[in-house]
Design a protein around this ligand. Structure first.
Ligand SMILES: [Zn+2]
Length: 201
């Protein structure tokens, strides 16, 4: 059976606890808080009680928007890395696409973290501390701050724990792997995928 696609103003019926009755409802766009109180789904189509105005039903067609709002970039990954690591990252970005936006540096790192989390790249490659450079302690450092979705934050936490390294050493190793695949080996499959991402902006 094809599911009926509801529009604003369509009518329905639902049990309303507040009215203690089966009430007629009207579908309207509303902001609906998540049940755990953390944030809300904004502007989703819901069935509202015609008598007391309570939200009584959430049709399946509103699910994608709810999922998206749930996963909105609210978490952040913060690290301080020696400047040469960020230079390597910038060089990799440039070699993928000279016109890539500044935002692409973040996407490149997250692409790798996600691939590792999916098991597409071998985590063995980054599980030993393997510094690209031997650096003096007084080397310049740069702060890396990335707003990420809940699922990417989970990828990151999982991979740091799998690698048994500190957050900083893990990120240094990811940069090392990016250097190996993108700059040294010019891995064709990876470059093609990354160029598409860079192109889309
Ligand atoms: Zn009601």
């Amino acid at each position: 059976m094809t599911q009926r696609f509801l529009l604003e103003g369509h009518k329905g019926k639902a049990i309303c606890e507040k009215c203690a009755n089966i009430c007629s409802t009207t579908y309207r766009y509303r902001d609906v808080p998540f049940s755990d109180g953390k944030g809300l789904a904004s502007g989703i189509l819901v069935g509202v009680c015609d008598t007391c105005n309570t939200v009584l039903s959430i049709p399946a067609q509103s699910t994608p928007k709810i999922k998206r709002d749930r996963n909105i970039a609210t978490q952040s990954i913060e690290a301080v890395l020696p400047a040469p690591y960020l230079d390597i990252l910038d060089l990799a970005c440039f070699s993928i696409d000279p016109n890539a936006s500044t935002d692409f540096r973040k996407k490149l790192l997250l692409f790798y973290i996600h691939k590792f989390a999916l098991g597409k790249f071998d985590v063995e490659n980054i599980s030993e501390p393997n510094p690209l450079f031997s650096l003096d302690h007084d080397i310049s450092k740069r702060r890396l701050s990335m707003k990420v979705s809940k699922s990417l934050a989970e990828d990151f936490t999982k991979m740091v724990s799998v690698s048994k390294l500190s957050k900083t050493d893990f990120l240094k190793n990811v940069v090392g792997e990016i250097k190996r695949q993108v700059i040294d080996d010019r891995n064709k499959d990876v470059l093609e995928e990354l160029r598409t991402i860079a192109y889309l902006g």
